[in-house]
Design a protein around this ligand. Structure first.
Ligand code: FE2
Length: 206
């Protein structure tokens, strides 16, 4: 079975931007719920765990059509949350570095403008979903929204960074103040992690 991603920071360490209670619920109830549902569905389909979670996206033809929507939903739920845990940290790596800095400034002129576009895109999302920075097949980067648990891997994009825009990610602390949650997200973003994903995947495509 697929196993949980271990966080390399404590639930409390993202305070005051993400409160401890929200982080605990988010990880233990929401994320682990998707993982448990996914493993149960895969067991029901006699899956032998031959692929990584990311590669499983490209092998959904293995499964019973009746289970497909549920498998896609829960697989997206696991992948999207794992990327979210990787996108933030208490390390104060919250300024773009190295290759991702160059790419952001090339595409968006400045980091301030990137944050503006990312915030506007997130604010335009209707209902539950995520705002992503993705790497396209042509090596371009782009900010996109997806709804529910849809993962950009299913669109042949590689997600590099994500902000969870489901209410469970922020509502306890921020209530309906979505904009403040988004602004504070930029205080805990970890661009070392995001740059690592960018460099690994850009290399593979180039
Ligand atoms: Fe979530």
């Amino acid at each position: 079975m697929y196993v949980r991603m271990t966080l390399n920071y404590d639930f409390a360490s993202l305070e005051p931007f993400i409160d401890t209670h929200t982080m605990g619920l988010h990880y233990n109830k929401h994320y682990l719920g998707y993982l448990k549902n996914l493993n149960n569905l895969l067991a029901k389909n006699n899956y032998n765990y031959e692929y990584s979670l990311k590669d499983l996206v490209y092998h959904l033809d293995l499964f019973d059509k009746n289970d497909l929507e549920n498998i896609k939903f829960n697989l997206g739920g696991v992948l999207n949350h794992e990327l979210y845990w990787n996108s933030v940290s208490p390390k104060k790596n919250n300024v773009p570095v190295k290759a991702i800095k160059v790419a952001i400034e090339k595409k968006y002129q400045s980091y301030d403008n990137f944050k503006t576009v990312f915030t506007e895109t997130a604010m335009s999302l209707k209902g539950s979903g995520y705002t992503f920075l993705v790497l396209k097949a042509n090596n371009d980067i782009e900010i996109v929204n997806t709804t529910n648990q849809h993962t950009p891997y299913m669109d042949n994009d590689i997600p590099l960074m994500t902000m969870d825009m489901w209410e469970h990610a922020y509502y306890i602390n921020y209530e309906n103040n979505k904009k403040e949650y988004i602004e504070n997200f930029f205080d805990i973003v970890d661009y070392e992690n995001i740059n690592r994903l960018y460099e690994e995947n850009k290399k593979r495509i180039a």
